[in-house]
Write a protein that binds this ligand. Structure first.
Ligand code: AMP
Length: 405
């Protein structure tokens, strides 16, 4: 299906072509016609699926059709500063042939330029909830003309504790509006939020359960916990082509790993919530430009990081939630490219890996690196058809593991 069949204005089609997009992604094919028709949407979509364009192109079209008035007419709520910047850049890129203005509002930077933008009047505001509330309390925001609300990465906003803030913002918005909610997973909490934010009768659910892209090769290396960093250094010293994004569970773990890798001669950089905004921006820019090729991140910091050309994603720690695995590895193999997802698996993480394999619907053989053999030999997972393994047996770890949250 070509972009031209979605009902988009020529200015948007031109911008999309200039971005080099040849075909709409599945979520764009589903969402764009519905969003253009003004429907409320719940989109089950992770980053890397093209969801930003799926909501932004219809917003731009709507705003440009009704004549730009430089009053706030579309609000996109996002969980992190990085995502706010990215969504803003997308709005600018897709809207470059239209006279629609956009601004981002997030914490960690001065209020003043944001206040000026809000008071001067912008058509689209992309905001994190906390900072937006600050501006609302100071009377900087006028929602009376708001037409569209997007809740982007709703699951992550809830995970980060933004539920009360989001609800307060919702109460300040006009009831008559179009609302689109995007979330990688539609948990009960997300569903409850959707019910309070969307028009239940007119809403359409689109997108499917998170599955990793086809182009990703998954490699699981069995190794003892204390040997993980040595294995990673060995792999990175071999200078893999392209950029590597490494995930750790904690900020402390990210910093410790970076210190170790640097001692081994690998120029790694950490990005997480304890770093100053200016530092995070600089690090991301260096990674984006290819100047830095190893980035160590926590899940929250990496949320939505949109860098093309990430060749390898490393799960230094196996995530506690199987769906996070899908998000993490979704950073590689973007838009049809090939990528590698490397998981360093220590014996205490076998159960978690079993959950992931169940969700993904594939089992990954356990590899061992000579010189770094784990003290407990890894069990090769059984095929997934084993639905009801006997409790207490180690095979549970592979195929029937209880979901742990
Ligand atoms: P998102 O899921 O919105 O974070 O987008 C992921 C990446 O896909 C971004 O780098 C977009 O520029 C890119 N992208 C979005 N739509 C398309 C498309 N139709 N064709 C190719 N790339 C796309």
């Amino acid at each position: 299906m070509p972009f031209t069949s979605l009902g988009l204005a020529p200015e948007l089609l031109q911008a999309v072509a200039e971005e080099g997009y040849e075909q709409p992604t599945p979520i764009q094919q589903e969402a764009i016609p519905l969003a253009l028709a003004g429907r409320d949407l719940i989109g089950s979509a992770q980053t890397g699926t093209g969801k930003t364009a799926a909501f932004m192109l219809p917003i731009l079209q709507r705003l440009s059709r009704n004549g730009t008035k430089h009053v706030l007419r579309a609000l996109v709520l996002v969980p992190t500063r990085e995502l706010a910047e990215q969504v803003l850049q997308s709005a600018r890129a897709y809207g470059r042939h239209l006279e629609v203005s956009a601004a981002a509002v997030y914490g960690g930077v001065g209020m003043e330029p944001q206040t000026r933008a809000l008071k001067h009047g912008v058509d689209i505001v992309v905001a994190t909830p906390g900072r937006l509330l600050d501006h609302m309390e100071r009377g900087h925001v006028d929602f009376s003309r708001l037409e569209v609300l997007v809740l982007d990465e709703a699951d992550r906003m809830l995970d980060m504790g933004f539920a009360p803030d989001v609800r307060r913002i919702l109460r300040a918005l006009p009831d008559k509006r179009q609302t689109m909610l995007f979330s990688a997973t539609i948990s009960l909490e997300v569903d409850a939020l959707a019910r309070s934010a969307l028009d239940g009768h007119a809403s359409v659910e689109i997108g499917r359960r998170a599955k990793p892209a086809e182009g990703i090769e998954h490699v699981v290396v069995a190794v003892d916990k204390l040997q993980k960093r040595g294995v990673l250094a060995r792999i990175l010293q071999a200078k893999p082509a392209g950029q590597t994004l490494v995930f750790t569970r904690t900020k402390y773990g990210a910093d410790k790993l970076v210190t170790f890798l640097r001692r081994e001669g690998i120029q790694a950089h950490a990005i997480h919530g304890d770093k100053a905004q200016s530092h995070r921006t600089r690090t991301l820019d260096a990674f984006r430009s290819g100047e830095a090729d190893v980035l160590v991140a926590t899940d929250i910091a990496a949320r939505g990081i949109d860098v093309d050309g990430i060749r390898m994603v490393v799960n230094f720690d196996v995530p506690h939630d199987a769906e996070i695995y899908v998000h993490r590895v979704g950073r590689t193999a973007r838009a049809g490219a090939r990528g590698l997802a490397l998981t360093l698996l220590s014996p205490d993480e076998w159960l978690l890996m079993g959950d992931i394999e169940k969700l993904v619907g594939q089992i990954f053989p356990r590899e061992v690196i000579p010189g770094f053999e784990p003290s407990v030999a890894p069990l090769q997972p059984k095929p997934l058809q084993v639905e009801q393994p006997k409790p207490g047996r180690s095979v549970r770890a592979r195929s029937g593991g209880r979901r742990r949250r």
